[in-house]
Design a protein around this ligand. Structure first.
Ligand code: SF4
Ligand code: SF4
Length: 367
């Protein structure tokens, strides 16, 4: 559905909801909608990212299908959200990666794994890849240090720039004022709402996910994914400090900080992504946004494979399987890294931005 059509449908459902207001206790979308007499394109875009797709309003709605109004709020806002990812991405050239995202992410990951494997064979040779390597710098005997760090560092800077541009564009295009970005109290409030996934609790009962029964299970799996990801990021950061400032080469002992953080984070990611994928298989498809499905699944599978190959590498790092496992793990990580600003990951940036705006509006209403 093109951008204009998804805006029209979001406007249609929100106008009906604004007259009804039955669902105002479920999430922040309905109170934010009620603050507005007229819903502009900017407002609708903001509301779409404020929606956490808990689906409570779909199962509560007397106008949902088969009613002739055919009201499906999660799907209408999901369609608009999908267009937001594409329209606000930076640089614009890469926005087409959102069109068939699942396929693009799979191809890029397969390609990056093949290139790393080929480079390792050319530079080091098969005998090095299929031998056991022990002690400090064992990983770099398979893949040279510079080959890992320099491209990752360069792309990491690009990712930061792309995500920052997406954040600023979303803020500006949804009517936010630049001066409001410096409201520290609003940032704290938005962060608190994001860190506990406040709007996945449906006003206390939980989501209607994967079906019409209330449940908190999706929220807990989502927490495992988020905090698992953050712990893995912390493990990589600590390992980089060890490497660059203390000159301790990887792999590190089992009870070292990077290994403990990475193991706990990896297990959390594995359970969280596996659980979310399982729920996706069982979910009711009617409130689903079909265009978002491929992107959701591709991102979850990539995170699942990253943690699985990382944990396998930890267990088998002193065996001859280490070389090939390292290549596969790096290939998946590079695929995840390359596609990060053009994957489901961007929802965290836009949702945080919407929560920030909501926090500003709520605090102004209270004062
Ligand atoms: S989703 Fe349905 S029940 Fe809920 S506010 Fe909108 S029209 Fe009313
Ligand atoms: S799906 Fe959930 S978060 Fe989205 S508008 Fe409905 S109640 Fe709110």
């Amino acid at each position: 559905m093109p951008w204009v059509d998804s805006l029209k449908e979001a406007e249609r459902v929100m106008v009906i909801c604004n007259a009804c207001r039955y669902c105002e206790g479920f999430c922040a979308v309905f109170p934010a909608m009620e603050r507005r007499r007229i819903l502009s394109e900017q407002d609708l875009t903001y509301l779409a990212s404020l929606c956490h797709n808990c689906r409570d309003c779909y199962y509560a709605c007397q106008y949902a299908p088969p009613h002739e109004f055919d009201l499906n709020v999660p799907r209408a806002l999901g369609e608009l959200r999908m267009d937001t990812y594409r329209v606000f991405s930076w640089p614009v050239f890469f926005s087409r990666l959102f069109l068939r995202n699942g396929l693009a992410v799979s191809l890029i990951t397969a390609l990056s794994t093949s290139i790393i494997l080929l480079l390792a064979f050319i530079v080091q040779g098969p005998s090095v890849i299929f031998s056991a390597h022990l002690g400090e710098d064992a990983f770099y005997k398979v893949i040279p240090y510079a080959l890992i760090v320099i491209p990752m560092l360069a792309w990491g800077l690009f990712i930061l720039a792309a995500l920052f541009m997406g954040f600023i564009t979303f803020w500006r295009e949804t009517g936010g004022k630049m001066g409001d970005l410096f409201e520290s109290d609003a940032h704290l409030r938005a962060l608190w709402d994001a860190l506990r996934l406040k709007y996945l609790d449906g006003g206390g009962h939980g989501c209607n996910y994967p079906d019409d029964r209330f449940s908190h299970v999706r929220r807990w799996f989502h927490h495992l994914v988020f905090y698992g990801f953050m712990l893995c990021l912390a493990a990589t950061t600590v390992a980089a400090i060890y490497e660059h400032f203390l000159h301790w080469g990887a792999p590190y002992p089992l009870w070292s900080l990077p290994v403990v953080l990475g193991t706990v984070g990896g297990v959390g990611l594995l359970i969280g992504t596996g659980g979310l994928l399982y729920l996706k298989r069982r979910m009711d498809r009617i409130p689903t946004t079909p265009r978002l499905l491929g992107m959701d699944v591709a991102f979850l599978v990539l995170l699942f494979l990253t943690s699985l190959t990382g944990l396998a590498l930890l267990v088998l790092r002193e065996t001859p399987a280490m070389g090939i496992l390292l290549v596969v793990h790096l290939g998946v990580v590079v695929g995840l890294f390359i596609t990060l600003p053009y994957s489901k990951f961007v929802h965290s940036i836009y949702r945080y931005t919407a929560l920030l705006r909501n926090a500003i509006e709520e605090s102004r209403e209270e004062s």
